[in-house]
Ligand binder design. Structure first.
Ligand SMILES: N=c1c2ncn([C@@H]3O[C@H](COP(=O)(O)OP(=O)(O)OP(=O)(O)O)[C@@H](O)[C@H]3O)c2ncn1[C@@H]1O[C@H](COP(=O)(O)O)[C@@H](O)[C@H]1O
Length: 113
């Protein structure tokens, strides 16, 4: 998928008339960032529906839409899904609570807190 998105960049000959990805990349950040905002909202709405007895399955489609549009943003900025995976791997084993406590301690030491 990342390769397909890469191939849709204007510099790689992506055709905005023939490709949805090429069209978003051609329009630029305002267009794909707007889509990311919309898709994130749709994820929240689908999760809310599931909370209130709706099918959780719809959430899969909405998360797929969000990830897909985030992949377009990554490509625009010269990044890959592998960069995100590497970041998650870097964090592996460090509890979010520990990380937050470390961050706060560092801010205190620096006199920022
Ligand atoms: N995975 C996707 C994918 N997921 C969602 N979408 C499109 O993303 C859009 C999502 O927008 P919405 O749900 O808001 O629907 P909409 O009302 O049509 O939205 P607007 O574009 O009008 O704002 C729809 O047009 C979907 O078809 C995708 N379009 C493409 N891909 C993949 O990207 C590949 C390359 O696509 P093209 O660049 O179009 O060839 C495809 O082969 C697919 O593998």
């Amino acid at each position: 998928m990342a390769q397909v998105i890469e191939s849709r960049k204007p510099a790689n000959g992506g055709d905005p008339e023939a490709s949805y990805v090429a069209r978003l990349l051609h329009k630029g950040p305002d267009a794909f960032l707007k889509k990311i905002g919309e898709e994130a909202t749709e994820v929240v709405m689908a999760a809310k529906d599931a909370t209130h007895g709706g099918s959780a399955r719809a959430l899969v489609g909405e998360v797929a839409d969000l990830w897909f549009h985030c992949m377009i943003a990554l490509a625009h900025y010269g990044l890959q899904p592998a960069d995100v995976v590497a970041e998650l791997e870097r964090r592996e084993g460090l509890s979010g609570l520990e990380e937050k406590a470390l961050r706060k301690a560092r801010a205190r030491e620096a006199g920022e807190d």
